[in-house]
Design a protein around this ligand. Structure first.
Ligand SMILES: [Zn+2]
Length: 246
């Protein structure tokens, strides 16, 4: 059984070496490390260098990290390094925070333009902004995108799926009703698995080995064998990120 953690904040994990070893032992084949700001992107690039082939880099600018004075330096880093990376992410919109929507949208537009130019997939955070994020993806003619940890309304999800985009499942599938509904609705071929580590689930910080918890919950929810969920979501990730067939 092969698995890819398609979204982990590896730069935020304390015992990174231990976490990567435990993930490998648990059967995780590769981890997509996502960046959130300048420092985080630099660390992700370092980790990808250090653990080549196992840590796969994505560069981003998280909507929670827009109020810093190194935004332009981060844009420059992304433009310079994205061609050698797997994807743009984590980027997005979050209308549950105070940062003005127009500021968030302006920055996301700049980032999507880079992703389009480099033809890279986009890893999107879109809390309470699912429809707005989808509209931007379409207007920038982004071909490949995943709405990470989708927990928005079903009608927008239908449009996401019809547009050929994917959604991803986190360990919150075990208990979050909105997230469960989305994972139930999405066909298996439009699903990716992730941990969003070190996100805290039910009081416990996660790490990439917890991808097995995501797998187990998705398997139970969809009433399909874990092996089948693993096989299909692994194939989805390979196709989405353009990874060599392993
Ligand atoms: Zn994340």
């Amino acid at each position: 059984m092969k698995l890819i953690d398609t979204h982990a904040h590896l730069d935020e994990i304390e015992d990174i070496q231990g976490a990567l070893t435990r993930a490998k032992e648990a059967g995780v084949w590769a981890i997509v490390g996502v960046g959130a700001d300048l420092t985080s992107n630099e660390k992700i690039l370092e980790l990808a260098n250090q653990y080549g082939g196992f840590v796969l880099p994505a560069l981003g600018l998280h909507p929670w990290r827009l109020n810093t004075d190194d935004l332009e330096a981060n844009f420059a880093l992304i433009e310079r390094n994205l061609p050698q990376c797997l994807a743009l992410g984590e980027v997005g919109l979050d209308f549950a925070i105070e940062t003005p929507r127009d500021k968030q949208e302006k920055i996301l537009r700049r980032l999507l333009a880079v992703a389009f130019r480099e033809q890279k997939p986009v890893l999107l955070h879109a809390r309470r902004a699912w429809g707005e994020a989808l509209a931007l993806l379409k207007s920038f003619k982004i071909e490949k995108a995943v709405l990470h940890w989708y927990s928005g309304p079903a009608d927008i999800l239908r449009e996401v799926l019809e547009s050929g985009y994917l959604i991803s499942a986190t360990p919150a599938v075990a208990y979050s009703e909105r997230h469960r509904e989305a994972i139930c609705l999405a066909p298996l071929r439009q699903l990716l698995l992730e941990t969003d580590a070190p996100e805290i689930y039910r009081g416990r910080p996660s790490e990439p080995k917890d991808l097995l918890l995501t797998l187990d919950s998705v398997s139970k929810l969809k009433n399909q064998e874990p092996e089948e969920i693993a096989r299909q979501t692994f194939a989805n990730a390979q196709d989405f990120f353009g990874l060599p067939l392993a």
